[in-house]
Design a protein around this ligand. Structure first.
Ligand code: 5GP
Length: 187
């Protein structure tokens, strides 16, 4: 069986990666699978263990790093996030096209290890719109939001390391553009 394509989807906090990804996954012909990350962040209301993330403590996370079980990992605004490697490999072997929804430092690590990964960076229509979206989330303290905004500005500067940059004007438009990019790369 043909091994699947590894797809990295990055973009600043609040840009709407999760929503665009959900829309994208409705397109069954793309044969997508989502890589569930591990994190030490607290669980937001509505998030589910083993579906949105594997929520672990710092010691467990560090053990995974030491044991070489992560394809990549990074610290983001005070928490660890990483991609369990075995699961991604298994999905790729099954022929699935695997989506990693990860931040920039982790993405750069994967680009080095897997140069033919398809890399996509999602940008907001404007910084004002991004701030509105981050503030609208209301699940984070003010100081954390400030940090996420500052981080977003730094992250957007790295967009040229990605093969494709997509503007998230609307969920449908962004998901359609990404679907076209993926189709182009799997056929
Ligand atoms: P959030 O706390 O908003 O869920 O995620 C914060 C940032 O971490 C987002 O940019 C998200 O894409 C990223 N992220 C989620 N999982 C991973 C991962 O496994 N590795 C890396 N490097 N970043 C991740």
């Amino acid at each position: 069986m043909k091994r699947g394509l590894l797809i990295i989807l990055s973009g600043p906090s609040g840009v709407g990666k999760g929503t665009v990804r959900e829309q994208l996954f409705k397109e069954e012909s793309l044969n997508l699978a989502y890589s569930i990350s591990m994190t030490t962040r607290y669980k937001r209301p509505g998030e589910r263990e083993g579906i949105d993330y594997f929520f672990v403590d710092v010691d467990t996370f560090k053990k995974k790093i030491e044991q070489g079980e992560l394809l990549e990992y990074a610290q983001f605004v005070g928490n660890y996030y990483g991609t369990p490697k075995a699961y991604v490999d298994q999905l790729l072997d099954e022929g699935k096209n695997v989506v990693l929804e990860i931040e920039v430092q982790g993405a750069l690590q994967v680009m080095k290890k897997v140069p033919d990964a398809l890399t996509i960076f999602l940008v907001p229509p404007s910084m004002e719109e991004l701030e509105r979206r981050i503030r609208g989330r209301k699940t984070e303290a003010e100081s954390v939001m400030q940090e996420r905004l500052a981080k977003a500005e730094r992250e957007i500067k790295t967009k040229d390391s990605y093969k494709h940059v997509v503007v998230n004007n609307t969920v449908e438009q962004a998901a359609n553009e990404i679907a076209d990019i993926i189709r182009h790369n799997i056929n």
